[in-house]
Design a protein around this ligand. Structure first.
Ligand code: NAP
Ligand code: G4F
Length: 343
């Protein structure tokens, strides 16, 4: 039987790598559409042992010709747009390029779908960041958006233009509004990976302490491997719709740090308040975690907790991994594979 063709943009990233792995298992012909890099950006594919099973194509969300070339070369069944400038903190420093890539980049793709291959099924990686500081107890598909960063504003443009093209041109375009999801393959700068990686280094005496920003921001953290399943399920439906993907549990950065400190068997306690709050070693009284103001954001999202009720009912999807299991997976990986290239 002819293999289905799937394009995965941002395949070199965390979600892209797990999604490619899933699609290969499902016997798709997978086109990994990534921008050229002077550094090794295939380390996740090598780790998952999928690098020799993918077809690589040069692609940049800022370069329309590179997108058109994909539509000229392949008869595409499913198109997953995971590429983005995805780091919220960086979006405050590079708001123009973030808008251009994370926002307008989506329009470049779906305009090609409309013009070249209107039968393509398209997945857009929308984000819970779009909710910003919602005052509700949880967020779902009906919650009002209130973006708090250039990244979230750009994602909201991508989200709305996807819905607009779906309605205006009757195309199969979906957005998954995914809450934070993590894994051993998470980029180093995101808070969960930073906590795990730096505390493992402290444990091994390769680093003196970990520095963090806002300890009290709360996130709904799931496991990336569970979440890529939901992306695929959305494109298997008859009717394209948007879905929240989350765990419906919310924990602070401090709580996540506690889980990692405990998993690594540190004998510690928290002392001080505000900028002076620290986790210290009970015996030596040396700091294990300190606050550094430079990691505070100009505008923060304080609380996220998603309801995945619609995905549970319509996609038969639910999160399978608890936060404690997630921490164990990440800590075990870091202890075993800390020299594995991560960027
Ligand atoms: P990630 O690890 O940062 O991956 C992002 C990917 O986008 C990388 O492959 C990166 O390539 C690529 N990229 C960046 N700029 C590009 C450009 N101009 N042209 C082409 N590719 C470009 O992010 P992730 O965690 O896997 O997330 C995947 C998607 O889901 C992103 O769109 C993110 O915003 C969104 N999202 C993530 C979460 C989450 O919690 N992980 C939650 C909601 C939504 P390089 O390797 O070259 O940098
Ligand atoms: O891990 P983070 O950088 O993730 P953030 O900003 O929530 O964004 C991630 O999730 C979004 C979904 O909601 C995605 F759309 C987005 O692409 C990305 O994957 O920060 C989480 C929280 C923030 O409140 C931040 O202020 O942790 C707080 N934090 C405290 N100290 C820190 C640090 N974040 C980072 N990155 N580094 C710190 O030292």
């Amino acid at each position: 039987m002819k293999k289905k063709i799937a394009i995965v943009t941002g395949s070199s990233g965390q979600d892209g790598s797990y999604l490619c792995e899933l699609l290969i298992k499902k016997s798709y012909k997978v086109i990994a559409a990534d921008r050229r890099s002077s550094r090794d950006n295939k380390w996740r594919h090598k780790f998952l042992k999928i690098d020799d099973k993918l077809i690589y194509e040069d692609f940049d969300l800022g370069d329309l010709n590179s997108i058109v070339a994909l539509f000229r070369k392949y008869k595409i069944d499913e198109f997953y747009n995971l590429a983005a400038q995805s780091f919220v903190a960086a979006s405050f420093k590079t708001p123009l390029s973030t808008s251009e890539i994370t926002g307008i980049g989506v329009l470049r793709i779906i305009d090609c779908i409309k013009n070249y291959q209107p039968k393509v099924k398209f997945y857009q990686a929308s984000s819970s960041e779009m909710y910003g500081n919602s005052k509700l107890k949880f967020q779902d598909e009906y919650t009002k958006f209130n973006p708090r960063s250039p990244y979230a504003v750009a994602k909201l443009f991508g989200h709305h233009i996807t819905k607009n093209y779906r309605e205006a041109y009757n195309l199969f375009l979906c957005s998954g509004i995914l809450f934070n999801h993590e894994s051993p393959l998470r980029g180093d700068e995101f808070v969960t990976k930073k906590i795990v990686k730096h505390l493992v280094e402290v444990k091994k005496k390769e680093r003196s302490h970990l520095e963090l920003g806002n300890l009290y921001a709360k996130r709904d953290w799931g496991y990336a491997k569970d979440y890529v399943q939901a992306m695929w399920l959305m494109l298997q439906k008859k009717i394209p719709e948007d879905y929240v993907i989350a765990t419906n549990k919310s924990h602070s950065v401090k709580f996540f740090s506690d889980l990692v400190l405990k998993a690594l068997k540190f004998n510690y306690k928290w002392v001080g308040k505000g900028i002076n709050e620290k986790a210290i070693d009970k015996l030596t009284r040396k700091p294990l975690i300190k606050i550094n103001k430079k990691f505070y954001r100009p505008a923060e999202v304080n609380f996220l907790k998603g309801s995945y009720k619609k995905a549970k009912n319509q996609l038969k999807w639910r999160p399978k991994t608890s936060i404690k299991e997630l921490v164990k997976i990440m800590v075990d990986f870091e202890l075993k594979n800390s020299s594995y290239k991560n960027s």
